[in-house]
Each structure stands twice: as C-alpha cells, then as structure tokens.
Design a protein around this ligand. Structure first.
Ligand SMILES: *[C@@H]1O[C@H](CO)[C@@H](O)[C@H](O)[C@H]1NC(C)=O
Ligand SMILES: *[C@@H]1O[C@H](CO)[C@@H](O)[C@H](O)[C@H]1NC(C)=O
Length: 202
C-alpha cells in the first residue's frame, strides 16, 4: 500500500518533469527560392497540412519523443502517400528534430506537392510538380532567429500510451538492483507506472 502511494507520487512527478522537456516553440518559414513556396509556413485545412500564408502559420514544438506537436495540441503524422496530416496523440509519428535551425523529418527536408491551388506538405517528392523546401524553425517572437537545435532524447517512447518516456537502460539498471523484487511484486502497476518508479528510484 505504501509502495503504491510512492508509485503514484513518482508517476505524477515524473510526468511533471518530462512535460517540460522538448524543443522551444517555433513557427515555420519555408525556404524555396524562386518558387511560390518561398517564405510560406505550415498551415492546416482541416487535418491536411499545406504550405500557406504566414498569417495562418501554425506554431509547434518537437517533443522529447520526436513528435511534432502543434499549439492546438494535435500531432503530425504521415499518410501512406507521404503527405503530412495532423491528428491525435495516437496517430503521432516520431522522427522530427531541429538541426542547423531547420525542422527535419528523418533527417530530411520537406516537399511541397501540388494539390489543386495549394501545395501539400510531404516527406516525399510526389510528382514533377513537387518542390524541395527547407523549413526554418523560427522564434514565434518574430524576426529571423531560429530556435536552438533540438534532438529528442526519448529513446523508447510508446507509440501509443502515456505521455511519458523512459529508456530501457533506466528499467534495466533497476532490475539489477533492489527495486526489482518490489517492481515484480507490484503486478497491478502498468508498464508506464513501473517505468516511472524505476526512473525515480535511480
Ligand atoms: C509543446 O506544445 C504543446 C501544445 O502547445 C504544449 O502543451 C507543450 O507544453 C509544449 N511543450 C514544450 C516543451 O514547450
Ligand atoms: C543525417 O544527415 C547527416 C548529414 O547529411 C549525416 O551525417 C547523419 O549521419 C544523418 N543521420 C541519420 C540518423 O541518418
């Protein structure tokens, strides 16, 4: 019983700690000289993501799981055709970093793929109408300053699950010490809670 209280306290404080990690918030600025996409930003029409006018720009951050999260709380994910959409935490896909002042997905820049009047944001060059775009991650305060580079440190984030992340190393080092017997005997604790306790015991 005492241990359960400890576990819940540990989980709550671990979430508080990890909620604070992630990149700074930024707005996007497309660099695609000589094209209509120059100086556009990430915008949304419904759940579809397009390059659009700066006044509709979505602000976002990269979480420590490598998700791109927008300020409305939604997350970026990729459709089978390579285009980006936004949706719930369950659909979120990792792989985003901020490198050299630019947002990257799996180490790549982005493509604008023509879709009627607009250009969808895509991870692949879909057609001859697509344009390669470097996406700068700028401070929302305005000006041309990029936010600091950020590489997510969550190594084993759940694809679906609690918004907390712990590496296998944390759990493994507890298993070799005193915590193992306690954790083992608390079968009713979810994996996330057990990992949280493991991290707090270190
Ligand atoms: C990232 O953005 C989301 C949505 O605005 C916010 O809830 C979260 O606290 C932000 N994370 C960081 C580290 O700023
Ligand atoms: C990302 O790209 C850089 C430079 O192109 C390269 O040195 C690095 O190994 C790449 N990283 C990954 C994870 O592919």
């Amino acid at each position: 019983m005492q241990f359960t209280t400890l576990a819940l306290t540990a989980l709550a404080s671990a979430q508080a700690v990890f909620a604070a990690s992630g990149s700074q918030e930024f707005v996007t600025l497309a660099i695609a000289s000589g094209s209509g996409l120059q100086y556009t930003s990430f915008t949304a029409k419904g759940d579809d993501l397009y390059f659009g006018s700066g006044s509709d720009a979505l602000a976002a951050n990269v979480t420590d799981c490598g998700f791109l999260q927008f300020t409305d709380g939604s997350y970026a994910y990729i459709e089978a055709d390579g285009s980006f959409k936004k949706g719930s935490r369950q659909s979120a896909m990792p792989g985003f970093v901020i490198k050299d002042g630019s947002l990257k997905y799996n180490n790549h820049s982005f493509y604008g793929v023509k879709d009627g009047e607009h250009y969808k944001i895509s991870s692949v060059a879909g057609s001859e109408d697509s344009i390669g775009v470097l996406v700068r991650a700028l401070s929302p305060e305005g000006g041309v300053n990029s936010v600091p580079d950020y590489t997510p440190d969550g190594k084993d984030c759940w694809a679906v699950g609690p918004p907390v992340s712990f590496s296998k190393r944390d759990v493994a080092s507890v298993s070799s010490g005193n915590g193992a017997a306690q954790l083992g005997s608390q079968a009713s604790l979810g994996v996330g809670a057990a990992a949280a306790v493991a991290a707090m015991l270190l």
